[in-house]
Design a protein around this ligand. Sequence first.
Ligand code: ATP
Ligand code: MG
Length: 665
Amino acid sequence: MSRVYEPTDHVVEKSLLPSFEQYQNMHKESLEDPESFWSELANEFYWQTPYQRGNIVSYNFNVDAGRIFVRWLEGSRTNICFNVLDRNVRNGLGERIAFYWEGNHPEDYSRITYMKLMDLVCQFANGLRERGIGKGDRVSIYMPMILETVVCMLACARIGAVHSVVFAGFSSDSLSERMSDCKAKAIVTADGAWRGEKLLVLKNTCDEAIQKARDKYNHYVDMCIVVPHLDRVTPCGKIPDDVKTLYKWNEDVDVWWHDIVEGMSTICPPEWLTPDDPLFMLYTSGSTGKPKGVLHTTAGYMLYAAATFRYVFDHREKDIYWCTADVGWITGHTYVVYAPMANAATSVMFEGTPFFPDNDRFWAVCEKYKVTQFYTAPTAIRALTKFGDEMVKRHNLDSLRVLGSVGEPINPEAWLWYYNVVGQGRCSIVDTFWQTETGGHVLTSLPAATPMKPGAAGFPFFGVEPTIIDENGRVIEGVGEGYLVFARPWPGIMTSLYQDHNRYEDVYFRKFPGYYCTGDGARRDEDGFLWVTGRIDDMLNVSGHLMSTAEVEGVLTEDSNVAEAAVVSKPHPVKGESLYCFVILNEGAKFDADLIDSLKKRVRSRIGAFAAPDVIQHAPGLPKTRSGKIMRRILRKIAQGDKNVGDTSTLADPSIVDMLFLTRR
Ligand code: ATP
Ligand code: MG
């Protein structure tokens, strides 16, 4: 039984949603009368044409009954860029800061108001239109975390062009594949950027990708728009006096950002989009295989982004919110750009890494801007615990109220550290479970309204009705564990995979007709908390006992020597499957027979004798996606000694794979 943490007065006082009862009532209403629930929120936004009353949503989730579709707010026309900029300015908030930009180097920072951002977006949007980009055209974005990235996304949204952001850590192969797949007309990038002391010459990667797109996919990109970023920031390592010598310039394709906006008007009529018009596409992280080009549309996504942000972060007027995710991921789309802006929030946008110039950068930035809500990933939290509490304690973090986690299940050890050390035992933790596909949070705690358990995602957000079913599609009521599925849509859910509706139906709807299948497992406990147990593919069945990898990993990381753990199954002649565990140790810890023994004992006593690991391997690092998630399918191959590891293009550091084969036991 895990301890239940109740929200403290620090969080509950002045909260938008201060009680569990209120959450329950609202949740009930959102399911029983979605029309009244969502139309109330819709009234806050600008609709060029309102939706047809009585038609808030139509959908089919049953593959056996015909084509899968979801349509929210049928008949409506709106524009998200207009809603997050012009609407706020018209409401008198033009002078409010939209973003504090904090560069990789602590001396580089700036800020921008809603009004100024609107002007820049309109100019850039006009520039794109002038160069022949319009509604339905795809624009790839391969950018560092700079304000132009936001400008570019919003400018696309304004003119109905479909942005496809590719995380600027991907290789030219991955970029060329993604921009060819969506037939991007243009790509927007920067000359380069610093990540810590490492210089990334993004322009070169783009050039290679453009070349590869031609050679390999016969796809020609018309235009490569380049932001000259390097000259305006403090160098964090060696760099030539003339940064332009770092890359080539191709007159046929390349154009400077400032040449696009020069002379452009700050007035730009938006394109009014229907619920069938695409807003953006984004490839999933690629943790489990070939990335999927998830497609989102405007109306439902906008409402859902706005609502989740407001309630999950309990957003208030003077808050300073900071989400550390890169815009290359869905978290960056929804919770760096669209959702905070839909609430006229003031955010921090951060270009750097948690480790530069020192390992306390996150806390220094929280202190500098008096951040009230801080949102990051378990992988970052685990990495930072390694440097000790003092790194956190040297900063004044009294402004913090809500701490968010996203991307993977957070192990209870990391949760407790986040809660006690970063949050000083008085902030609420929101462990937000969601996917690129869901558009926004679907399971989460709410800061002042729901109690918390370390490692549990908590409760469904408004409009979300989670179902847990077993392998045979039988619904598990009450306490139990199985597949996490949804029988009805909420407004943020994707509408298709880009130009691959068949794959959309196959991947998400075929397994259990009538349900959207997340591919994740979940457990409902005796108090009604939902726990995400990890990918269904990662479930283990040892001698007939079904187990989740997350559970075992949580136990391994309880040991103070272990910084991070990843558990996979290895076929076993008797037990069916056995546990193969990879552990990363904390600084100064020793990997020896005693440690192995005590880890095995710990798992035995905490979970059961059947769960005793067969192998514990010391890992210098783990294969992770560029968004920091552990790729367990590769670890499974290593456990089996099978060198045929498959697609590794989404891996952050492919050399880890060889290293792990070498240290295999
Ligand atoms: P791919 O679909 O290509 O394999 P991916 O699933 O990692 O990649 P994302 O959409 O970025 O791509 O991640 C969503 C997944 O991340 C979820 O399905 C879930 O497995 C995991 N996840 C996200 N947040 C949480 C959370 N709070 N708790 C547990 N798991 C989470
Ligand atoms: Mg996924």
